[in-house]
Design a protein around this ligand. Structure first.
Ligand code: GDP
Ligand code: IMO
Ligand code: MG
Length: 424
């Protein structure tokens, strides 16, 4: 039995979808525990490319049961669109998809609020994905949220939506000077989606507790990344949930002592999409080359991702936050034609050398990275399947990272496809 959390160690898009899909084959359950359709997890197998936003990445490799946990915020309309795509490959979802009755619902007003709040922030905008994530978690913690269970009772749903809209419309009119929203129209808009997803709504914490009792293996699939965590990330330039290890427990109902493995995923370099500090960001030719080689465009919004060298100080911070006892290195192949590869091993903050990741975003903004350079390997790693067959310079690079952070890579990914992977 294993209960393994899989968490992005950077600012998201580390390749979580690929790794979860790969490991799903050996797992009875794959569980999303936070975030919503802001996530975009890409899977490539059998010449197919699929981008999942809400559905766990365990649908296509084996027959694991995919659970959308209580910590996720679910947009019913986005979910139904995604179901259509998934069902082209896996038509029968009986016993394959389970949605927590306690998960919160993203309603069209959350997306409107996301947009108007970003607009009103002006140059301080966070650069959200516009999927209504922040406002939905605000509804949740202010205890006016609508949960999946409410979708099962039209009377309760309508009552709650009307009460919420009465409040929201005051803000629309007087704060944001935007048009008011109509409850009747909103209900008409979401009703067809509700009918489709109703059969999947259930008590997933009981399901998972039974699975634990039966010694079943479980993968907990994080969305976003450690540095986007609402508590531990580069606040306020973060998402509104907890992608880090603690969030996996609260977002699924699985107790901490049941977790057997904590697997962190890092790219061989760094990316970030949206605003906020990024110490090792490059605005030179090397940065452009990383973006080009890595096809660095957001899987959800299509926005170009900012690119930079791997930041080992930030990675070590993520290791400590999540207690990673194994790591996956992805996109190593993106560095294949770089003559020189650099990693950030420390910073200067206001002229003073430091070796920790500051919690204050203004300080992170002022960091000057200190780099160590490596000779590139200048050959393709794409078809390599054994770790020891990697070029010597790539091995030196990888071993330096392992030594610096004190955790080993059990998986090295050298291409987007499921098969382009080295298992160590
Ligand atoms: P996620 O959000 O963490 O699941 O990652 P995304 O799917 O948003 O972004 C990762 C991108 O890199 C996707 O387009 C993947 O297909 C791709 N990818 C994953 N692993 C590798 C790899 O090892 N090499 C290359 N070249 N691409 C990869
Ligand atoms: P996956 O799971 C990368 C970023 C947004 C923005 C900030 C807040 O694919 O790795 P939000 O819409 O969550 O309120 O936006 O977080 N962001 C992501 N960046 N990958 C993601 O998900 C992200 N989800 C949100 O760009 O900076
Ligand atoms: Mg992504």
């Amino acid at each position: 039995m294993s209960v393994r959390i899989i968490i992005g160690a950077q600012w998201g898009d580390e390749g979580k979808g690929k790794i979860v899909d790969l490991l799903a084959k050996e797992s009875r359950y794959v569980v999303r525990y936070q975030g919503g359709a802001n996530a975009g997890h890409t899977l490539k197998f059998d010449d197919k490319t699929i981008v999942l936003h809400l559905i766990p990445s365990g649908m296509f490799n084996g027959d694991s049961r995919c659970v959308i946990g209580n910590g996720v915020v679910v947009d019913p309309i986005a979910l139904v669109e995604e179901l259509k795509e998934v069902q082209e490959i896996t038509p029968n979802l009986d016993n394959r998809l389970f949605i927590s009755s306690s998960a919160h619902v993203i309603l069209p007003y959350h997306k409107v609020l996301d947009m108007v709040k970003e607009k009103s922030r002006g140059s301080d905008a966070i650069g959200t994905t516009g999927r209504g994530i922040g406002p939905a978690y605000v509804s949740k913690v202010s205890r006016v949220g609508i949960r999946m269970e409410d979708l099962l009772n039209e009377e309760i749903l309508e009552d709650k939506i009307r009460k919420n809209l009465a409040d929201i419309n005051k803000a629309m009119e007087h704060v944001y000077t935007e048009p008011k929203l109509s409850a009747a129209k909103l209900l008409d808009e979401i009703r067809p989606a509700i009918e489709i997803i109703k059969p999947y709504i259930c008590n997933t914490s009981e399901l998972l507790h039974d699975a634990l009792e039966d010694d079943q293996s479980i993968l907990l699939e994080g969305a976003q990344g450690s540095l986007l965590d609402v508590d531990h990330g580069t606040y306020p330039y973060v998402t509104s949930s907890s992608p880090t290890a603690g969030g996996a427990c609260t977002g699924s109902g699985i107790p901490p002592l049941a977790i057997t493995h904590s697997l962190g995923i890092t790219k061989a370099y760094c990316t970030r999409v949206g605003n906020g500090p990024f110490p090792s960001e490059l605005d030179d030719e090397a940065g452009k080359k990383l973006a080009k080689n890595g096809h660095e465009f957001g899987a959800t919004t299509g926005r170009p991702r900012r690119c930079g060298w791997l930041d080992l100080v930030a990675l070590r911070y993520a290791v400590r936050l999540n207690g990673f006892n194994e790591l996956a290195l992805t996109k190593l192949d993106v560095l294949d034609d770089f003559e020189t590869v650099k990693v950030c091993t420390g910073y200067k903050l206001d002229g003073k050398e430091i070796s920790y990741f500051p919690l204050n975003s203004n300080e992170v903004e002022r960091l000057e990275p200190i780099y160590r350079s490596f000779d590139g390997w200048m050959s393709s790693t794409r078809d390599i399947r054994n770790f020891d067959d990697l070029p010597q310079n790539a091995l030196d690079y990888i071993r330096f990272i392992e030594e610096y952070i004190g955790v080993g890579f059990t998986i090295v990914s050298t291409g987007p496809k499921r098969t382009e992977t080295i298992l160590r």
